[in-house]
Design a protein. Sequence first.
Length: 274
Amino acid sequence: MSVSTTVVSGQQSSSGPAGAAPADTRASAETSPTAIAVSLGSGQTHVWVAGRGGLSCPSGDTVGTSHAPVRRGRVADRFGCIDVLAGLIRRYRDPIPAGSVVVVCRPVLASATEQDALRQVAAAVFAPSRLVFIDTVRAAAIGAGAGAGSLVIADVGAEIIEVAALRHGRVLAAHRTDIGTRDLKRGAPTELLAHATTRMIDELRQDPAVEALVPAALTRGLMVVGDGAMTPTLMVKIAANLRIPVRSAVAPWTAALNGAGLAAMSVARHPATR
């Protein structure tokens, strides 16, 4: 089967994946491929299938990460990732048909090698007709309903932190670093994560590509998604360092999956979307 791959540029929908009416899902099944969204994180793997809803499970060994299939946001064990994702979708009552449209969240600034590893995992599990990538920070902004206007967002995950400046849902500049909330459980101080997040936002402020956008966007405050959004002490320290409001997105754990689901539905309904 030939699988086409691209990077989504879809627009924000007025309703989330969970808002799709069952009748609409059934009616479109004969003319559109199944829409699927995947977020393969260091801590949790999430999948959403149109008409069936979302599921999640740990991505692997959450204590001895030397054996985890995803480490620092990267696929470390392709077959382990396939097993985790395949085991998750077996929890759906009916098998997922081949030929679906799959939108996969990728870390911002992902290398070609990192993206290829994600492609191989998704292709092995879903046998899609089309595979689409979307930056996790962008998907989270869309899923949180913050795709319009200018935005600075931080995705503080289990093992990586990503920050980005977006305009109308498009990433204009971004940074990421290999540290996350799991490091707190290993004894790292909260200030270390707060400092890493602050430093990357300061770098965005100095980036010529977004030096005018970032100050205006930060008047709205910093939006945080991921594990860090549910770590109150970290949120307080970031706010104190930046001296701006810091707010958690609605459903910060699943914001990226919701955004990827919206993108998947858009691509499935409009095959020409690029």
